[in-house]
Design a binder for this molecule. Sequence first.
Ligand SMILES: Cc1cc2nc3c(=O)[nH]c(=O)nc-3n(C[C@H](O)[C@H](O)[C@H](O)COP(=O)(O)OP(=O)(O)OC[C@H]3O[C@@H](n4cnc5c(N)ncnc54)[C@H](O)[C@@H]3O)c2cc1C
Ligand code: SF4
Length: 329
Amino acid sequence: MRPFDYARAGSVAEAAAAARDGATIIAGGTNLLDLMKLEVMAPDRVVDITRLGLDAIEPTDAGGLRIGALVPNADLAADRRVRRDYPVLSRALLAGASGQLRNKATTGGNLLQRTRCYYFYDTAMPCNKRDPGSGCGAIGGFNRIHAILGASDKCIATHPSDMAVAMRALGAAVEVVRPSGETHRIALDDFYCLPGDTPQVENVLEPGDLITAVLLPPPPGGVHRYRKVRDRASYAFALVSVAAVIRMEGDVIADAQLAYGGLAHLPWRDRRVEEMLVGEAPSVDLFALAGELLVREASGQGANDFKIPLARRTLAAVLADATGLEAAK
Ligand SMILES: Cc1cc2nc3c(=O)[nH]c(=O)nc-3n(C[C@H](O)[C@H](O)[C@H](O)COP(=O)(O)OP(=O)(O)OC[C@H]3O[C@@H](n4cnc5c(N)ncnc54)[C@H](O)[C@@H]3O)c2cc1C
Ligand code: SF4
């Protein structure tokens, strides 16, 4: 690890000003410190935001929840209101990392954690995300965990967060304070970027932007599911995950909110799949068609080809579970 200056911010404005001037924010440090030890990131100055008091979970006037950026993943998963009204979020959080990590990992840091692409972490290998223009080790390399949707010929990395997948299904927004002091709200739908020609640009934050909270809309009701398929039963990142909030009216699907992990550079959402489900009665054929639609534009890189049928089948299984189709069979 290279030497760096450390400072603790006393206010949101101070942290944002330091970030604008090139300092790197540290929250739980569970991703950043790993990256610094490997010299993938080598900031000269690190600003600790853990004393800014951004650790409350509060109701909003709109009937939703405002989750402070420093709320630990463990506390968010255990929160009574989250477990009752947004169980898909609790389940996604508990499917991630380990108990110790969830105690340290924060809401803001989880959204901004970097990809787990092996080549990104190995500074001896080419990587357009770490070193723009150097190439991509994963294309033509070992790419079992890589993207099947939304990738480019510059980068095929996936986003690793489980929490962000549930947040996207729920229609969350990110609250950001700019160095000018202005507060902005960015829908998670618009927050992350696809790799395109600039995989180093991962989100729409500007230098100095500090995430202060995540905003959840009012509880959507319905049945909530989070299914994560991974190589080990715990302590592993998703190969494919599906977050589902499904509301039935009588025998038909009245609303479907779905997001996917492990498939793309960002927590993926495809409204076409949701639209085809609404107004229909659950059936094996319908859910098979939903899976087909989800992966219609998918392409593998060889070692990750298996993700295409896996995504299709995982979605169909989650939909069957959430609508009670399995039990009814
Ligand atoms: C062994 C291991 C297994 C894991 N398994 C999983 C898993 O299965 N699923 C999963 O989802 N995650 C997993 N994680 C990742 C873990 O969830 C993240 O490391 C964690 O959520 C990051 O939060 P943090 O507070 O520690 O962020 P930090 O490491 O402190 O920061 C991460 C990034 O966010 C920036 N940042 C942090 N807070 C803010 C803010 N408020 N405003 C602006 N920028 C900010 C930092 O500058 C940095 O770039 C795993 C991690 C490890 C080490
Ligand atoms: S997939 Fe992206 S992160 Fe991985 S080596 Fe290629 S450019 Fe780097």
